[in-house]
Design a protein around this ligand. Sequence first.
Ligand code: FS2
Ligand code: SF4
Length: 540
Amino acid sequence: MYCNQCQETVKGTGCVKVGVCGKKDNVANLQDLLIYTLKGISYVSEKTGENNGAIDRYIVDSLFASVTNTNFDDKYLIENVKEGLKLRDSLKSKCGGNCGQLPDFATWNAKTDLEILEKSNSKEVSLQATENEDIRALRVTTLYGLKGIAAYLHHAMVLGENSGEIHKFIKKALIDISDDSKSADELTALVLETGKYAVDTMALLDKANTTKYGNPEITEVDIGVRENPGILISGHDLKDMEDLLEQTKGTGIDVYTHSEMLPAHYYPEFKKYEHFAGNYGGSWYKQKTEFESFNGPILMTTNCIVPPADSYVDRIYTTGVVGYPGLKYIPTVNGKKDFSEVIEQAKKCPSPVELETGKIVGGFAHNQVLALADKVVDAVKSGAIKKFFVMAGCDGRNSDREYYTEFAKNLPKDTVILTAGCAKYRYNKLNLGDIGGIPRVLDAGQCNDCYSLAVIALKLKEVFELDDINKLPIAFNIAWYEQKAVAVLLALLYLGIKNIHVGPTLPEFLSPNVAKVLIDKFELGGISSVEEDMKMFLGE
Ligand code: FS2
Ligand code: SF4
């Protein structure tokens, strides 16, 4: 195995024996083979001009399954590869067995699981197969951006929104990153084009979420517990959230959110459920202790799942593209998910152990912030707000992320943090106060709601009649972990935002030359110490 797709990769070398995330070598290799299979499907689809919804869905879900902390199940991946080969070969039949010269990813085949495993271990399948480090870096940057796009597109599709243009781009990009004739310049352009489609996909998901569940609004979310037994739901899938709330109505079971599901509380449509009790715990990496003390069943709708501890392995369920060997899985049958097994188990469980009490405030997505625009603009004009800090993105296990807590604590009191994603858990319980009634931490929602932060920035640019978004009093100090954050970063670059600082470390998969291009063109930077960075951001 070789995997360097997330921030926690073993520094300088990538994960080679087992992932820091817990991914085993066979799973890492099978994920690479799945990508190889997708390249074959995309290639044959373009060659034959044939395409259909099943192929698009398959590509999107397979890319999503390979995102960090999503699917650790080798059997799922083997079955997925088999399905991909069938889809590819059904496309090939459209050219009557005469598709011309085809590359290996469009022709290879396997009859047994063992052959699939052997192929997954071969050199040509590895993402490292590209020898030139700059070409390799540009290819994987595009691929990781595509994985993030696919995750967001999956959610939009679940809610009935779709885009042929985005599917078309994903297939084209999968072909281009396999095409040896593409130059570094062409691949650099492809990386930036990936950013455009990341913006489009986040906009599509925003439309899907707000059309179905209303616009997020200012909401106080309880972080204590009630007396009933509960079900904890994590991940990003709002349709699962809705279905679980519907199916638990009147059962005496309370529903709590964990990690990235917290923003579900901000949507008007979910407020009607009296048993929607609050948020339990913090960000994804704390699940080993927090799932234990929760006492009831846990439903993982997307990443981030970590290898479960024995103390709760019998009460954690996966669904959608999430997988972990041995865990119970809730399938979709005739377009529906039946959570009755989860609910029945919850009835037999003790109520959750209280971890904390109080409330946190969120719901500052674009519609809500724009409703407060006059207040915000006045506060900027009067000097009450000197600067906004976009501190969105991901959280992670490593202690160096304490930087973000310290940074938030040390920000001057005339600054406001704009956040989205699980990065918020580093500072959303600090009680940083408000500025004339505007909270100093404005949480827009999940990581995909970084789109909201971009919409807010563009609106402020318009209100202040600026010709360049970079003239706004906004600094970007972003934390990344997995590939959705790569898509978000590429989206921000595409929108022309410069001087974004990314931490706790810059992506290992960028070669020195590719990193230099991003630094020169976009003034992309890393982080250093809180003190140094504070001076740098505040221009002192
Ligand atoms: Fe956090 Fe994990 Fe949101 Fe990422 S819960 S790092 O999946 O996508 O953000
Ligand atoms: Fe390592 Fe991250 Fe890949 Fe897991 S996803 S194997 S931690 S680089």
